[in-house]
Ligand binder design. Sequence first.
Ligand SMILES: Nc1ncnc2c1ncn2[C@@H]1O[C@H](COP(=O)(O)OP(=O)(O)OP(=O)(O)O)[C@@H](O)[C@H]1O
Length: 269
Amino acid sequence: MKGIMEATKDVRAIEVENVSFSYNGVRALTDITFSVDEGEFVAVMGPNGSGKTTLLRILLGMLKPESGKVRVFGFDPCRDAEKVQSLVGFMPQKEHISTKPPLLVKDVVLMGRAARKGILSPLSKEDVEKAREALEAVGLEKVWDTKFSELSGGQQQRVLLARALAVEPKLLLLDEPFNGVDIPSQNRIIELLDRLSKKGVTVLAVVHNVSPLIHHIDKILLLNKELIAYGSPGDVLMPENMIKAYGAIIPIIVCEEGFAHPLFGDTHG
Ligand SMILES: Nc1ncnc2c1ncn2[C@@H]1O[C@H](COP(=O)(O)OP(=O)(O)OP(=O)(O)O)[C@@H](O)[C@H]1O
């Protein structure tokens, strides 16, 4: 642990330099360069197939870039996979959770902590407490003993988020965390992510609708297989960037507080 603390001192949470990646010879990402400081809250946007999930998988060390350099708190996610995974909480876009035997919600939330300890170490009281707290943070404390498969899609998403939170990560990588999540729960999660980032947790969240996050994020990373723009929401949400990314004019309104909000066909968003 001491090694990790020393290594993470004065280094950026994420450094990506000239990274390219292909699936079977087909380019998914080309020459991506950006960095994220510790405690920053970043939204990743782009159309379907623009490489957002691929980027998260590269940061997790699940995919090895064909060229370029990736560092997470100074560690190479492929070479130092264990170290990186001990610092990251990941919420996938979707995940197949076994129904045979049927897993309870508590089993799913505890999975992350269990994976870190290894199969030979039993879960402690602290593990259970952290898992309960995480479930409470997403507003689902009442389903602790419920079968995961019996929850709605939005509730399952929130449980997967709780699993990512339960490991007390320094970096949260979230792939569409609001998919199917109702508006009150979404607002509660956004407030939680805001509080965590203010406490120094770095958050990188892939979202299609950035509007609800606009007042909370530091930066937007706009992708379309290449990096279209990266910077403050006001700088990124420019008509020319949106056309480059989405191939269409996306209306942008500025709210009373002066934040730019893109309107993806939902003028009440
Ligand atoms: N396992 C895979 N094998 C082959 N091609 C893949 C694989 N996963 C993704 N791709 C392709 O890579 C490109 C980027 O996919 P990716 O899932 O990263 O996009 P995304 O921006 O997350 O999309 P979405 O918004 O639809 O979730 C797409 O063209 C996709 O078809």
